[in-house]
Design a protein around this ligand. Structure first.
Ligand SMILES: O=c1ccn([C@@H]2O[C@H](COP(=O)(O)OP(=O)(O)O[C@H]3OC[C@@H](O)[C@H](O)[C@H]3O)[C@@H](O)[C@H]2O)c(=O)[nH]1
Length: 397
């Protein structure tokens, strides 16, 4: 928005909150639509960041059918929208497509090790089929490939862009390619954290920070020897405390774009938030990928790997908490090792995370501390209703 793009955020608020974006309401480049991508959406856009789907294991396991619908029907709807309006679509895929990996670190060409009937399958397999759908919609129409080949042989530049297509027909006929030709980008996002995570998110970063801040035991599932690598979502948050607690500072009039650019972007998720400050890490990676010519999947993550137990100790120290560490039973199908190989992102996007883990964690700790304060000060206490005085009708005798 600060670059002059018009942004439409589409969210069903299943795991998101209006509070994450409310500071933008009223901005001329911002629109918020309460909509579930499982239903078709008819708007005009030229880029779609398809971020919809609960991402935390407790949230996506809460209603596996809904998670599957969001990742399948929701993805089909977004691809259908992309095709109708000629938009480019970026899918937020996940490191979970690699399952409990047998290859370490995970490179994009690894096919993964996923239990298709386990408790994580609604998300893992949902995202895997979402990727499949993207590439089915991207496939170039055969006639265009033939033209490209012919023009190569002629020594002419390959043809880019689209052609008008016919209706569905027999396989192989020109009319069988109705769904194809959509430009797609696929980001495989590894564990991410940062401000505006929900207090009840249930992922390890928010759990450990909130437990440490409240002096509760830090709950480690299993032995804690499983590893993860955590990336920060974005940087330079400026928080104001008061009635607009936890919102970044509003952009000043001088930083507002003079004239809205006709380009429009749609972001179907609540968890992206928006900031007047420069963004970094995951957000930069997504924008760089969207605007690149890389159509194959790209890992976006921080390769600094730690065991979950090390991570618990680190958070305890950063918070300065005396909390104990409590070992609970292992989560079923929990990936034992995870670390992204980000050579491709570095080479093809010139992207790598820049926020060191401790700096990112300190920002997240600051955010959750403020959230706890906010919660304590903004408890909803119903006011006793004054007794209803019936406005009696004038009696006529
Ligand atoms: O309280 C907790 C929570 C989690 N954990 C452990 O911490 C590790 C990380 O768990 P999280 O719930 O944060 O996230 P996971 O790595 O399991 O899944 C995540 O992976 C990548 C993303 O695409 C997804 O958003 C999310 O599914 C797991 O080994 C989990 O068992 C704890 O030990 N204690």
């Amino acid at each position: 928005m600060m670059d002059g793009h018009e942004v439409t955020v589409v969210d069903n608020f299943f795991t998101g909150r209006k509070r994450n974006v409310e500071h933008w309401i009223g901005h001329e480049n911002f629109e918020l639509i309460n909509h579930d991508v499982v239903e078709p959406l008819y708007i005009e856009v030229d880029q779609i960041y398809h971020l919809a789907s609960p991402a935390s294991p407790p949230s996506y396991m809460y209603n596996p059918i809904k998670t599957l619908k969001t990742n399948t029907i929701g993805t089909l709807n977004m691809l259908g929208l992309a095709k109708r309006v000629g938009a480019r679509l970026l899918l937020a895929s996940t490191s979970e497509v690699y399952g409990d990996p047998e290859v370490h670190p995970q490179t994009e060409d690894y096919w993964g090790h996923v239990n298709p009937i386990g408790p994580r399958a609604c998300y893992d397999e949902g995202k895997r089929v979402a990727e499949t759908m993207c590439y089915a919609y991207m496939k170039q129409p055969p006639d265009l490939i033939t033209e490209n080949r012919a023009s190569h042989q002629d020594g002419k530049a390959p043809v880019s862009g689209r052609k008008s297509r016919g209706t569905c027909g027999a396989p192989g006929s020109p009319s069988s390619v109705l769904q194809e030709g959509v430009e797609v980008r696929v980001a495989r996002i590894f564990n991410t954290f940062g401000p505006r995570m929900h207090m009840n998110d249930g992922r390890v970063v928010s759990n450990f920070i909130l437990q440490a801040l409240q002096g509760e035991p830090l709950t480690v599932y299993g032995s804690g020897s499983q590893t993860r690598a955590f990336q920060y979502v974005r940087t330079s948050e400026i928080y104001k405390v008061g009635n607009s607690a936890l919102s970044p500072a509003q952009p000043s009039a001088s930083t507002l774009p003079q004239k809205a650019d006709p380009r429009r972007h749609i972001i179907p998720s609540a968890n992206t938030g928006a900031s007047s400050a420069p963004s970094s890490d995951l957000v930069n990676g997504l924008v760089a990928l969207m605007n690149s010519n890389v159509s194959s999947p790209v890992n976006l993550g921080n390769p600094e790997e730690h065991t979950i137990l090390e991570f618990a100790e680190l958070i305890k120290n950063l918070v300065g908490s005396g909390s104990e560490i409590q070992f609970l039973s292992e989560a079923q199908d929990d990936p034992q090792k995870r670390k992204p190989d980000i050579k491709k992102a570095k080479l093809m996007l010139g992207w790598e995370p820049v926020v060191p883990l401790e700096e990112g964690l300190n920002k997240a700790i600051h955010y959750f501390r403020k959230e706890l304060e906010y919660q304590a000060n903004n408890q909803y206490i119903p006011k006793p209703k004054p007794a209803r005085i019936k406005k009696g009708r004038t009696r006529h005798t």
